[in-house]
Design a protein around this ligand. Sequence first.
Ligand SMILES: *[C@@H]1O[C@H](CO)[C@@H](O)[C@H](O)[C@H]1NC(C)=O
Ligand SMILES: *[C@@H]1O[C@H](CO)[C@@H](O)[C@H](O)[C@H]1NC(C)=O
Length: 404
Amino acid sequence: MKTTLFTLAAAGVVYAQTQTSYGQCGGNTWLGPSACPTGQYCSGGNDYYSGCVPGTAPPTSTRPKPTATRAPASGKRVKYAGVNIAGFDFGCDTTGTCGASSAFPPGSKGVGQMNHFVTDDGLNAFRLPVSWQYLVNGVLGGSINANNLAIYDKLVQACIASGAALCEIDIHNYARWNGKIIGQDSGAPTNAQFASFWGSLAAKYANNNKVAFGIMNEPHDLDINLWATTVQAAVTAIRQAGATTNYVLIPGTNYASAGQFLDNGSGAALLPVHNPDGTFTNIIFDVHKYLDSDNSGTHPQCTTNNSAVFTTLGNWLRTNKRSAFLTETGGGPTDTTCYTNLCQQFETMNSYNDVYFGWIGWAAGQFDPSYVLSEVPTQNSDGSWADVPLVTKCVAGEFNGDSS
Ligand SMILES: *[C@@H]1O[C@H](CO)[C@@H](O)[C@H](O)[C@H]1NC(C)=O
Ligand SMILES: *[C@@H]1O[C@H](CO)[C@@H](O)[C@H](O)[C@H]1NC(C)=O
């Protein structure tokens, strides 16, 4: 194992070697070869182990492919739509306390889901949550851990290989490290430490514009003006690391709430965040919005279509010539109140497609299909996939114009 890891690190990734007959070719944390010898294929046994077996791979899907890029009925649509592929963030709570060992890599399950969402549903964007602690293996101020990054990078590379147009790295820490607010609490990470972390990470993906940098998941209960200086430090570090054109997604407070982005001062505080050359190019506001009674994303019923929220924010974005991306939203996967309201929310966003990049539903990946906001597709024994109705009708349906 050590030898394999060393080789991979030295080669700068790539899992191009061919495995021996009946050898391991996959699994959540597998870093060895994924190719099987002639006459064998890689059979996914479970999340932890896939092995080379004789024969040819069965088709992954028997469903007809959608005709490419259908336009919605309105004739307008956002650029990006997809689903969060969660797992590397598991174990993080809202205090930003994340055990590096609680991460649950989506592995071959996540890869299969992304390939399905692109091929069968015409979706094109995935958000890949991961904790800061995981990427530095629990050492604040430490350098990026090569082994952990290689495991996470497998998911990023699989996203790119799926044909998706956008793969977002999301640092899922609520603006904190183990309870302390970055740049605000004593004993907390400094802005310089956060910026240095982002500079190192950005340098690794600087040559790929499909990779977007979601600098932080859901900041909350902090000083928004101080937070804006933290965000500025990260943006500057990302650009100085050579990632001059990747999208950088920047969130406000109140858990990145779209509804409170203007009321609570996030918009005003973040508007001046700029590139080193003074421009705002490819700096995008990152917002979240749920549709349940308290906007928490913990109830299956949807009580609002958020039309007013996305109209007000959309008008502000137009006035300021900026864009936003809704990177978390969702509802009960089989709840009819959500079919109506989530679809209407997306219709409003489609009508503002000049300022909204799109939406990414929460969530698939390692969640159990029984999860209250599950967008987890299930694979049938013949290799075909079944989506939850909310994905079919709204997440994909409103993107492809076939929700009804
Ligand atoms: C944020 O804005 C909402 C209105 O959208 C308001 O009810 C709430 O008190 C505000 N919270 C803070 C901390 O400013
Ligand atoms: C959202 O709901 C309101 C009523 O609550 C309605 O007036 C509006 O048309 C709906 N938006 C869409 C896009 O259907």
